[in-house]
Every structure is written in C-alpha cells, then in structure tokens.
Design a protein around this ligand. Structure first.
Ligand SMILES: *Cc1c(COP(=O)(O)O)cnc(C)c1O
Length: 406
C-alpha cells in the first residue's frame, strides 16, 4: 500500500490524551458548569502565565478574540486599522466587525510578516496628522487610523521592535494576531529580552481552533493583555456587556469560552511546550533534508524562535508540484492562495493586482508541507523525496525560465 502522509494529524494527540480528556468531560457533566466557571478561570490564569502576561480572557474563537481586542483597544465604527494582505480572512473580518476599514501594508519577503519599513512609509506618506482632532488620518479614506495588527504568520512573530517604535511615534495601539503563534518568541532590544507572542502589543488575539498549535476539541479563543482595565472591558464584551448578571453596562456579544473547551485546553496546554519542541525538531529535519535543493525554505531571523504552526516552502510550478504530491499520498496546504486585497469579498476596497507585490508573489509559490508534533522522520523523508521528484519533473527548460531565476 502506498504511504500516506496527511497534512495534519488531529487524531493521534487525542488518542494519547484520551483518558485525561474524557475525565475533563466527565467533570464538566458532573458539575453542570458548561459556560464560564472555574475551568475557564483556571485556564485563563495558566495561559496568561504561559504567555508571560497578567491577563487572559477566554472567548469563543480567534476571530472574536481579535475583534474584542480591537474594540477594547479603542477601535470604533468609522475607523481604519492597518494589517497585512497575506493572512487568513479572520484578521480583516475582525477589523470590519469592529466597524473599521482594513488598510493593507505589504510584508517582508523572507518571513511573510508585516514589513516595518513599508509600515513606516505608509504612515509617513499615506497618513497625516490632524492637529485639531489629535488623530492620524488616512489620506485616501479620510478615516482615523486606530490600530496596527501585525500577524505572527506560520508561528513566527513579526519584527515587533520597529513596529512598536513606529506605533509609539504615531500614537497607535498594536493588537497582535497571535492565532498561529502560541509560544513563539522574539528577542526584543526595546524590552531587553525574549518575549512571547501575545505579550508585546496592547493586547493579542489567540485561536484554539483544533488545528492550531494549541487546539480545543471545537471552537475557542482568548485575548491576552497586561492592562487590567482592558481585561475588564473584554470580560464585558464577551458576555453581553454585563459585569453582574442582567446588569448591562454596554451592549456586548455572546463570545464566551465553553467550560468544556477550557478544561480540554488545560489538559493540552501542559503538552504545548513539548509539542512546539517536536515541531521545531521536524522543521530542522526538513531544513536538513531539503538543504541544497532549489526551494526557498522558511527563514528565522536570529532574534526569533518560531513554533512552526506551518512549514512553508516556496516552490516554482507550485500547483503542478502540489497535485503530484497529492498523487503520491502527501497532503499539503496553501496558506493562502489569494491575498486578501484580491479576494472577491474585498472588491469594494478597489485594489488590483500589483498593489502588494510581495504578498502576491508569495501567494503563487508557497506550499505548506505536512507539519504536526507526531510527524515521523520516515514520513518526512518520504515527503522530501516525493517533493524533489515533483520539482525535478516540473522544472521548466532553461529557455523558458525568466532571466532573474537563472
Ligand atoms: C485561525 C486564525 C484566526 C481565527 O481564528 P478562529 O478561531 O478560526 O476564529 C485569525 N487569524 C489567523 C492568522 C488565524 O490563523
């Protein structure tokens, strides 16, 4: 039988933890606490500690986490928020659902994360200070810029020091989209040491969607912050605006974390560091097995410890190579095939091809290889072997190669 290497394995980790997870469910049934309660509070404390922050507020999913973080951070209807075009649409959905307009700044080619140099140009050239209103306005839309959302894509933190320096210079809050980066670290010269994802901005959104590095057995998310007032506001936003039952200070949302998911996340959080280490080892294996190939491999700058939510290589003739791998039993993904500014959902923003060339180029070449903690070395060798065959088979004759790639 042909070997099968799935893109993601969500079964094995749960088989290993089945007794503990079943016990968590039984506790939940027997206590009758299904939403909120002790398990949620305990998980919040444990995840806050894991991220190196004071507060964690559990919510229903990562999209709500980013949306609530933006709202608590002061984003209001009619504002604009800066982010990147190469991310999952949840980032910009959260911005739109907070009432704001997403504005895009292109990414660094090496990491796929928000490019601080381009961010600086955008703030300088496409925005202006309105002295009377004490706000930074986007020239094109005349909207107030209310926040910057760097996305820590594929498990690697964005270059936060220069982003935070610009944010400070322009008086903008930074809300991290840490939905792919549970446990990722960044060496901050500004803050004098290593910092975890979710601990550097005013607040950060995490997703515990099952396929994330820390995943629930269903939907879940959380916001992290060091600001007590922000945490208090987040607790109201997620729970119909109430601080006390049926006393509604504001109109909020039904955005709470289930007790069952919190109990499951408590069990799995204990394994996260090991799992991240195993992902790191698998990434090293890939790098060694792929060394000398013509593929561009993930780059980790020296002040960065990624947690390899995804292992993304750049492949010429990507779609043909991907199809061939599928034929050989190797599952892969594309994160993401169409940058957000070119998505139909955002046609009204009026962008066209060429507006964000780095994101567009990456979208055409990126291929996410199988990556999960339990991925075996034998399976990795199989993947790399099939990948090398597929790339060789689809190599263009030299005459057809663009001059730059010769
Ligand atoms: C998964 C993800 C989200 C959204 O999380 P959900 O829990 O699916 O709502 C947001 N941003 C990024 C970058 C993600 O990968």
């Amino acid at each position: 039988m042909m070997r099968q290497v799935p893109f993601l394995d969500l079964v094995t980790p749960h088989v290993e933890l089945e007794a503990e997870l079943t016990a968590a469910f039984r506790d939940c049934l027997r206590s009758g606490h299904f939403v909120g309660g002790e398990a949620v509070e305990q998980f919040e404390q444990e995840f806050a500690r894991f991220c190196g922050v004071r507060y964690c507020v559990g919510v229903a999913n990562g999209t709500d986490a980013v949306r609530f973080a933006l709202m608590a951070g002061g984003v209001a209807a009619g504002d604009a928020v800066i982010t990147v075009p190469n991310t999952f649409i949840a980032t910009t959905e959260a911005i739109s659902q907070a009432g704001a307009l997403p504005l895009f700044v292109d990414v660094e080619e090496a990491t796929g994360n928000l490019d601080p140099a381009r961010l600086g140009q955008f703030l300088e050239l496409e925005c202006r200070f309105d002295a009377a209103a004490h706000t930074l306005l986007h020239r094109g839309s005349a909207r107030r810029i209310a926040a910057i959302v760097p996305v820590h894509l594929y498990g690697q933190m964005a270059d936060m020091d220069p982003i935070l320096a610009l944010a400070e210079e322009y008086g903008l809050p930074v809300i991290e989209d840490a939905c792919q980066a549970h446990g990722a670290e960044y060496r901050s010269a500004r803050e004098g040491g290593w910092r975890k994802a979710g601990s550097m901005g005013l607040a950060a959104g995490f997703s515990f969607y099952p396929g994330k590095n820390l995943g629930a057995c269903g939907e879940a998310g959380a916001v992290t912050t060091n600001e007590e007032r922000l945490a208090a506001h987040l607790r109201k936003l997620r729970d119909h605006g109430q601080g006390r039952k049926y006393y509604h200070d504001i109109e909020g949302y039904n955005g709470r974390l289930d007790a069952l998911q919190a109990a499951i996340l408590q069990v799995k959080l204990k394994r996260l560091e090991d799992w991240n280490r195993q992902r790191g080892a698998a990434a090293e294996n890939y790098a060694r097995l792929l060394a000398g190939s013509e593929l561009l491999l993930p780059q980790a700058p020296s002040g960065s410890k990624p947690v390899y939510h995804l292992y993304v290589v750049r492949v010429p003739q990507r779609d043909a190579v991907r199809a061939e791998l599928a034929g050989a039993g190797v599952g892969t993904g594309i994160h993401y095939p169409i940058p957000l500014h070119l998505q139909k959902a955002y046609a009204a923003l009026g962008h066209s091809a060429g507006d964000f060339p780095v994101s567009e180029q990456l979208a055409g070449e990126i291929l996410s290889l199988p990556m999960y903690p339990q991925l075996s070395y034998d399976d990795q060798k199989y993947v790399v072997g099939k990948l090398a065959e597929a790339v060789a088979g689809h190599r263009l004759p030299a005459a057809e190669l663009p001059a730059a790639s010769l």
